[in-house]
Every structure is written in C-alpha cells, then in structure tokens.
Design a protein. Sequence first.
Length: 329
Amino acid sequence: MTTKRSNPLPSPGPARPDDEVARVEHLTIAYGSLVAVHDVSFQVSAGEILGLVGPNGSGKTSTVETVAGLRGPVRGGSVSVLGLDPHRDRDRVAPLVGMQLQDSQFPSRTRVGELCDLYEAIYHAPGAAAALLDTFGLADRRRSLVSTLSGGMRQRLALALAQIGAVRLVVLDELTTGLDPEQRRATWSSVLDLAARGVAVLLTSHHMDEVEALCGRVAVLRAGELLALDTPARLTAAHGGPATFSIDLGGAGPVPPPLDRLDRLGLERRPGAAGQRLELTGSFPDDYNRVVRVLADAGLPASIVSHRAPTFEDAYLRLVDTAPREGSR
C-alpha cells in the first residue's frame, strides 16, 4: 500500500541536488532470534536513484520498509530521512516519503478517482493526479473500482499515488512487477523524471536490466549483509568475469581452423559449446584482438568470431553465488 499521512508540523526546507535525503548506518533488523539485516550502511542523495538488489530473503524489503518508517524500532544502527527518525518521527517523515510496495492494497470498493481526490486533499496538491494517471495509462480509469483493475494497473496506480505531494523520497519495491514491456519503459521514464526533479529514489528489483538502466549506484545484499556498493559499470568491471569469444568453425569453410594456435593463446575454453562452435574466455579487446589475428593469419575472416562482454547481471550473479545464511528474509 502506498503510505503517506498528513501532518501539521513543518517539513524541512527544499532539497538541493546532492543533498543527503536518507542515511542508513550499521542497520540491523531482527524478528525475535531471526536476524534479517546485519550491519548495512548506505546513503541516498537528492536526485539519486539507488538500487537495492539481492536474492529472495536477502533483506531488501525489510530495509526499504524500515527507511519508509513502516518497521521499527530496529535492533541496531540508525536510519534517518532528512535528519529525522522515520519510526520515532513518523508524523513528520510520512508526508515526505512516497512508497509503492510489492503488493499494494487499496479498499476494493473505492474508485480510482476517489483515491486520487483523497491524496490530493491530504497533501494540498489539487489536480496533481491527472498528469500522473495519464503518464501511467490510467486516465480513463478514474471511475473504475480498484477491485476491477488488473495487478499491473494496481501497481501503476500505487506508483502514481506515491508521487502526489511534495515527496522528497520515493521507495519502490519491485517497481515493474506485472507490467508489460511498454508499461515498464514508461514507468522507467517516470522514475528518471522523479530523479531529475531532485527526488531521491530507493528502488528494489529482480530485473538487472532495470537496475542498470535506472540506478546511479547499486547496493548488493545477500543473506542480510551488504556485499558491494558502487555504480553498475564499476561492479560489472570488478565482478562481471571475462568476455566470451564465440568462433563459428563452420564459417571457416574449406580452410581448417587453427585450433592448435588458438590453444596456444592460453585462453580458457568454455564447456558445452555445441557443434561447429568454439567458445573461449578472455579480456576485451586485448584477447579478442589476439584471436582475430590468429584467424587472419590462417586466412579466415574476423566475421567468424563474435564476442559477448560481461553484463551487470553477470556481476550480480557472481557476487551472490554463495549459499545464503539460513533464515534471512
């Protein structure tokens, strides 16, 4: 459910680009004897989109719900939003934070327009919902009961409502669950627009292409612990592994491929390459150029070799490729 509450207390002043909006320091979250998050630290600045990724059970949802003030108090460490404790200062923090959860729940007999009117009244933002409904393809649904909306439509409605008012931080938990490719791309544009307006965004997702497209930095969690925090590009460079070179032996035609010379390059062969295809791993572009030179010396065109550079998803999978601690969530 998108969660905000009105509050007569004054809010902090307007954010400037690069101002810190949220800070998590040595956060530990436990449910009885079960430790779900252990010693996690990160910051989110105005205009920044920070991704929080990890396998199921890594502590992502517990973390973002704590930042938004939906959980607390914590076992250890601290969380602040614009210098306020989101649990203790809930009445002041709630109007500043918009949130879209994995499974947004709204009263089933409420109409979309009624929800929009309510949010606009609470946050003194008359007419703000119209443009948001149009952005998310819901402009013609104002009179529809929420119960008649598909799961994807409810997800888009939650994201629209999360942006009504002078929010300074938007928390998006599994942003595009249930959306088709066109809706995903439109939603991405909306999130980028939020950041361009100086809103801080904390996003969780299982879609690494989404994380790479949107996030300036990414925090990788496994079993409740922070494994890495950096830009997608630097994480890919550090943890993505080698490039793959695929050589189409059938494309060599009558010229015999120089397998012995390729072996002497010292590159690792990837197992499982089928039929007339040889796969090697190495660095790009240096090892790729070595392969091409060997082929050229044998009278073969460079077109029979293709390369695949490591992706952020490769880096993510290599980072989390360890059995998680039992009991994390």
